[in-house]
Design a protein around this ligand. Sequence first.
Ligand code: ADE
Ligand code: ZN
Length: 323
Amino acid sequence: MLKAEIHCHIEGAAQPRLVQRLARKYAVDLNDIIRDGRYIWSDFTTFLSCYDRASSVFREPEDYRLLTYDVFSRMADDGVIYGEVFSSPDHAAQMGISYTDLVEAMAAGIEDARQETGIEGRNIVTCVRHLGPEAAEGVADLVVSNPHPSVTGFGMGGDERAFDVEDFGSAFAIASDAGLGLTAHAGEFAGPDSVRNALDHLGISRVGHGVRAAEDPLLVERIVEEGIVLETCAGSNIALGVYPDFARHPLRNLYDAGVVVTLNSDDPPFFNTSIAREYEIAAKHFAFDDAALLQATQAAVEAAFVDEKTRTRLLKRLEKAEG
Ligand code: ADE
Ligand code: ZN
């Protein structure tokens, strides 16, 4: 089964083994957040701080190249033909890595994986919502004033309960004016209003998660009518306790209502998942047959922030595999 993945955070995809290796290199003690080869956290707040601590071992551009190469190689092993990863200049800057160094290092990692496996990849630069609108505008300015062919989108992660979403409108407008694709996390830890407000104020074509839109049938109708694409990450939602179990997760209801859904791994080693496992989850817990799984892959390629020539080539690859 060929796959595509459009919601995966680069630092969130760092295997504990790689993080520990770099921690040794920089003499950082991470025993409080990695035990027995696993990340330790207990809720969204401690997850975010565990994530920040793990990110703190990526201190040189080469660390990001290696991380990006590792992430895309793993995706390719799982059958992914196209991947987008979220990068966070705020995390890199904290460790003294400039925006241009980050982007170039990640592009080199993607290119190394592409040469070996054929996987195609792009970088979606994100701001962090809980750092506020000014920091978000700063990230958007950086992206727009340092264009790079591997950077094709702008997004927002972090705690969606922080600040009013309309205050991020100007950051998204800067990115939109430069022709970047737009996505934002919403409808993960906050309900349908959060998704509706993000759609009203950010001009996004995709929503990160967005699954809590299912609590409002009118919003679901709007999402269908406007062709908004949901980047669903069911394994992440269960790990973080957004829903108590897969039986209570609305992925199938959204799909049946006609919402365009894609399947994604979010922060795979933090949630004991991978893109392969997300496709297995969709099959096992949400009764996605092979046609539905292929549809999710096609949806991801159609919603990808990629040039039309590449999109056409990827869609042809899927068609060929199907036939
Ligand atoms: N950053 C990394 N993973 C995230 C998630 N699941 N929600 C919001 N921000 C994130
Ligand atoms: Zn995410």
